[in-house]
Design a protein around this ligand. Sequence first.
Ligand SMILES: Nc1ncnc2c1ncn2[C@@H]1O[C@H](COP(=O)(O)OP(=O)(O)OP(=O)(O)O)[C@@H](O)[C@H]1O
Ligand SMILES: [Mg+2]
Length: 253
Amino acid sequence: MDEVILKLLDLSKSFEGKKVLDAISLEVKEGEAVAILGKSGVGKTVLLKSMVGLLKADSGHIFFKGVDITRLKRKDLFAIRKHFGFVFQGSALFDSMTVYENIALPLEQRGLGRDEIDIRVKTVLELVGLPGIENLLPHELSGGMKKRVGIARAFVTQPQIILYDEPTAGLDPVTGIRINHLIGELNRKRNVTAIVVTHDIRSATSICDRIVLLSQGKLVVDVHVKNIEKVEHPEFVEFLKSAKIQGVRNDKN
Ligand SMILES: Nc1ncnc2c1ncn2[C@@H]1O[C@H](COP(=O)(O)OP(=O)(O)OP(=O)(O)O)[C@@H](O)[C@H]1O
Ligand SMILES: [Mg+2]
């Protein structure tokens, strides 16, 4: 648990002269679950995509188990990426492919045999609570089902770390709780390190060990969930307050 699996060092990224990430440093230990909190447009998706090299950072370093992936050739980067799972904000399923084909794709790319692929696809669909939907197309799925298929696809390759981009945004609370539970199970029972981007502090506290807050290009808070009430940063306090207001409303309903 104490080994650092992912380390960011002074990671920066600008778009058209606008600095989105400004010298971000972060360490994530094996088996940990870390939430990245931040307002819309602050750069959470850019940060997540940069971590796995889907976006190229302008400067800084990303170490996966001590290997600097910003220095790797394409082929070596692809080899390292196999240890990552990525759950995209918009689920990013291929519309013309069935659920089976979507989930099987990364396994085919790895050259697994048909029988092994069949077993793995069936197993992950059961794991996310959607057995038997192999032949459906993405447009036949609800938003929550798409998110769960996205998680199944990220998990099917048995990655060491999964990056989740807003896995519960836009879902009803019951489905959201179910997805949080699933992320927590993969993390705790299967020891898959989790980095979860969210703007929902409730999800963050229910799944994660640590919460970091991204604001104006910087990580301004890095706190264990046990200590969130002690944080004084005004933006973090706002997030906490909004969760509490939501709680009062829920109690009255
Ligand atoms: N490929 C790109 N080209 C130019 N600008 C980009 C690109 N990707 C992101 N940006 C800009 O970077 C900033 C951060 O975007 P990002 O998608 O990371 O926000 P976010 O925190 O994930 O927001 P949300 O909570 O709404 O998903 C935005 O100003 C966005 O316009
Ligand atoms: Mg985003």
